[in-house]
Design a protein around this ligand. Sequence first.
Ligand code: DX5
Ligand code: ZN
Length: 228
Amino acid sequence: MSQRINPSILSADFANLQSELDSIRSADLVHVDVMDNHFVPNLTMGLPVVQRLQEVSPLPLDVHLMIEDPERWAPGYAEVGAYSVTFHAEASTDPVTLARGLRDIGARASLAVKPGTPIEPYLEILHEFDQVLVMTVEPGFGGQAFMAETLPKLLLLDAERRRHGLDVWLQVDGGVTVETIGVAATAGADTFVAGSSVFNGVPADRIAELRAAAQQHTASHRDDTLSR
Ligand code: DX5
Ligand code: ZN
């Protein structure tokens, strides 16, 4: 099964974003955190900055919208060419219609849930999404500790996508390090956002270490263990 490492530029040097993007070329996508100071108590960047990142980034953009009223704002990120647009279930009034709109524009549609939000209500609409983001910290800030209590949601999502043969990516975001990436991969995650653990060192080395750690732990290992 393919896995992806998506560094979060929330932990990058905002004064040198172009060189920071170059430093993570060996990753798969670049994770861009948009915060509006309403949905989360922090403020980052908006559409004009993301549009410029889209123009210069060697990697496709994985945009994570931590904003209120995604129905109003999310399509604009798809229109500037973001490869994937994630909006939060807690903020959306109609996730299915919004996801269809994002796909119509040409982006991958992705649904995020905060640590305390149950995933069961969304399992029956899983086919409407290209990715589900299970937040493994409370959204808003980098550098927080991984919340292992979110892992059962990945197990449920992984079982559901297998049952229906869906090609939906399962992303984790928050506290992902070489120590925690394994349990997330074993639970079914295949797409890993890492901010501080990439940019606190030499990014290319950190990406390689995360990739190696993830490859040793996949959902198929879980099956092997269970069937023994
Ligand atoms: C937090 C953001 C994350 C953040 C992760 O709300 O959504 O993408 O950058 O940072 P780390 O990997 O440091 O937990
Ligand atoms: Zn994020």
